[in-house]
Design a protein around this ligand. Sequence first.
Ligand SMILES: Cc1cc2nc3c(=O)[nH]c(=O)nc-3n(C[C@H](O)[C@H](O)[C@H](O)COP(=O)(O)OP(=O)(O)OC[C@H]3O[C@@H](n4cnc5c(N)ncnc54)[C@H](O)[C@@H]3O)c2cc1C
Length: 397
Amino acid sequence: MPRRFDRYIEPLVDDVRFGFYREISNFSERVLAPRVLKLEREKSLVPDDLIAQMGQLGLFGLNIEERYGGQGGKLTDLVLMGLALAYHAHSMAITPGAAASLGSKPLSAFGNDAQKQAHLPDLAAGKRMFAFGLSEPGRGSDAANPETRAERDGDAWVITGEKCWTTNARWASHLIVHAMTNPEGRNGHRTTCFIVPMDAKGVDYNEMAGKSVWRMSSTGSVALDHVRVDNSTVLGEVDKGFKVMVDALNGGRLFIASLALASIGSALDKVADYAQERVQFGGKVIGRFQRVQDVVVDLDIAAEHYANVILDQSQRYDRGELPRESPAKAKIACSRTASHLLVDAMEICGGVACLDEFGLVRHHEDLFVTRVGEGSNRALKTQVAAALMPDIKRELQ
Ligand SMILES: Cc1cc2nc3c(=O)[nH]c(=O)nc-3n(C[C@H](O)[C@H](O)[C@H](O)COP(=O)(O)OP(=O)(O)OC[C@H]3O[C@@H](n4cnc5c(N)ncnc54)[C@H](O)[C@@H]3O)c2cc1C
């Protein structure tokens, strides 16, 4: 069934892309939506059969070049996938989304031929995933200075530290580990990225317990105890690891913004339908009350506005024309608006909005991650401020 915000998406992309968006929306409606509630109540992660079906649709290889078995798509295609899948649950979108934007993207952008040949075909087929190991228990926003260390030992490197909040850790064959290699180096020239097999000696993964957002998404903590890897695992250049991480996060922020927009679109449909059905005060549907209409219209305004912002930015990103701080601004604004509006939307639906089966409370919880994930909104404002005020930028360097 078409969603109300589809009419805003359609004119912003070409016919092929809109067809892809509709196909994935239909898949989400037909295959994912009927299973979300039961899976969440059972505290289950995205089950293997759904991951396999997403793999068959090519979702894990969306942004991988065709010569490695991928779809040859761009960030705009990932954003459309995010809009289509997150409409029912962010977890369903973030699983292929993080695998693509944080897993295979750094490899495509910075890997050498041997690394690409070794991994991209399997990643494109959804047979395995890469996870993104930037955050640590003591290093969240201050990610440029990891406590994880990698030290040279002959031709090898020995890595020790801990990564946390690692999306897709449960399914990952490898973790891209961001580690300190040159503590005395200047900002941005202190760290290196390594492609570390999850089954290497000294790697210990645990699923993080008690997470009440993105419930079906795997979020792991990964301990690295003197993990020995050879030089061929270095991704990009030695001491230039932060560049690898920042490059992935930049595009990833528009993907995260697409999840927030999907929540707005979902709430719009839910509230507009409910307001035409729910009867109070002697046979009047609540949609006749202007203060109820206020919320429906606020959701609609936000849906149209952020569809324009996010799809315009993603297409400019794909053409290499987007300033670095723009995706951060889109994520900040869309996630903040979406979480405020979700509370209004729930209020309009009254008590029923508290029920998990109604669907809005899941969006309300999941939206919290869009405010902190891939850079906390407040910390990201420092990046935006630096672009506006060159003196501040010089002070940060
Ligand atoms: C569900 C989930 C999945 C995630 N997946 C991944 C993943 O796959 N890989 C990965 O590496 N990480 C992942 N993360 C981690 C995420 O990127 C971090 O949570 C985020 O960077 C913030 O770090 P922190 O939580 O340690 O908060 P902190 O850095 O401790 O910040 C706490 C708060 O302090 C304030 N603050 C901090 N610094 C500043 C500043 N400079 N200016 C202004 N205010 C500031 C902000 O309000 C911020 O929210 C995930 C997180 C979640 C919740």
